[in-house]
Design a protein around this ligand. Structure first.
Ligand code: ADP
Length: 264
């Protein structure tokens, strides 16, 4: 993590899929800084580039042009081995589909990334994480024996236990009922507030986004707006404006945070 309080940064980030007539420009020069110890939500219409941005930031997808830094590591400069280390040591993931291994218990799932990395868990931190997500009495259960909300809490604990620089969450409440979704959001929020975790979350849900400190709005591969201390109503209003202006993308002013700084 660098001294400027930036956990992750994208600079003039472009992502182009395919070529010729099949070409899709998913990201068009995105500049953004994600502050350390903050909860940032990424919103925008379907197809606006939210998942692509998150995958490029997390080193899960290559970029066409531009730079991505996580802490002081330039992700876009890494080879395969470096990317594997980055994904193992510096980032945590929470996916809509939970992505737990069905044959492992909750505890084994939570500890798996550390086991693969050959790292011993910090026992005290492990206990804190387990108590924070409220899974103490479910640790010996397999995913099929857990509710969706409990499975997602296992996934959150798995992401957090390695103390990553950034947790990336892709629609983490997308498969959950509203109560379980609220629990997962409360946990993510608490990991930021109480433990200084950095969380970046893609969501369609204004209620989920309102849990964040800051919402970034994407449209047609560009950041077109952002909001601090969001409320569900304000987020919903802004989204309506985006959908209405989708036919005229040039009308949207780019208020990209960050800039031309080339340092990580
Ligand atoms: P969002 O997450 O906002 O719905 P995505 O990042 O998934 O948007 O997609 C942005 C654009 O890139 C869309 O037009 C989508 O069809 C396109 N896209 C995403 N992934 C691929 C891919 N692997 N190949 C080709 N086009 C893709």
């Amino acid at each position: 993590m660098d001294a400027t309080g930036v956990a992750a940064r994208a600079t003039d980030l472009w992502k182009v899929y395919g070529s010729g007539e099949a070409q899709v420009i998913a990201l068009r020069g995105v500049n953004v800084e994600l502050e350390r110890g903050r909860f940032t939500a990424v919103m925008g219409p379907s197809g606006s580039g939210k998942s692509t941005l998150m995958h490029c930031l997390a080193g899960l997808d290559s970029v066409t042009r531009g730079r991505v830094c996580i802490g002081d590591t330039e992700v876009t400069g890494l080879g395969d081995a470096g990317l594997t280390r980055l994904r193992r040591d510096k980032v945590g993931f929470v996916f809509q589909q939970f992505n737990l291994l069905p044959t492992l218990t909750a505890a084994e799932n939570i500890l798996l990334p550390l086991a693969i990395a050959g790292r011993k868990p910090d026992r005290q931190w492990y206990d804190t994480v387990i108590d924070t997500v409220g899974l103490r009495d479910r640790l010996g259960h397999r995913p099929a024996q857990l509710s969706g909300g409990q499975q997602q809490r296992v996934a959150c604990a798995r992401a957090m236990v390695a103390r990553p620089d950034v947790i990336f969450a892709d629609e983490p409440t997308g498969n959950l009922d509203s109560r379980s979704g609220a629990e997962v959001l409360a946990f993510l929020r608490r990991s930021v507030r109480d433990y200084g975790q950095t969380v970046v979350m893609v969501t369609h849900d204004p209620n989920a986004a309102s849990q964040a400190d800051r919402v970034i709005f994407l449209e047609d591969g560009q950041i077109v707006d952002e909001m601090r201390d969001p409320t569900p109503e304000a987020v919903l209003d802004r989204l309506k404006g985006l959908d209405a202006s989708a036919a005229a993308p040039d009308a949207a002013a780019t208020t990209n945070a960050g800039g031309s700084d080339r340092r990580c």
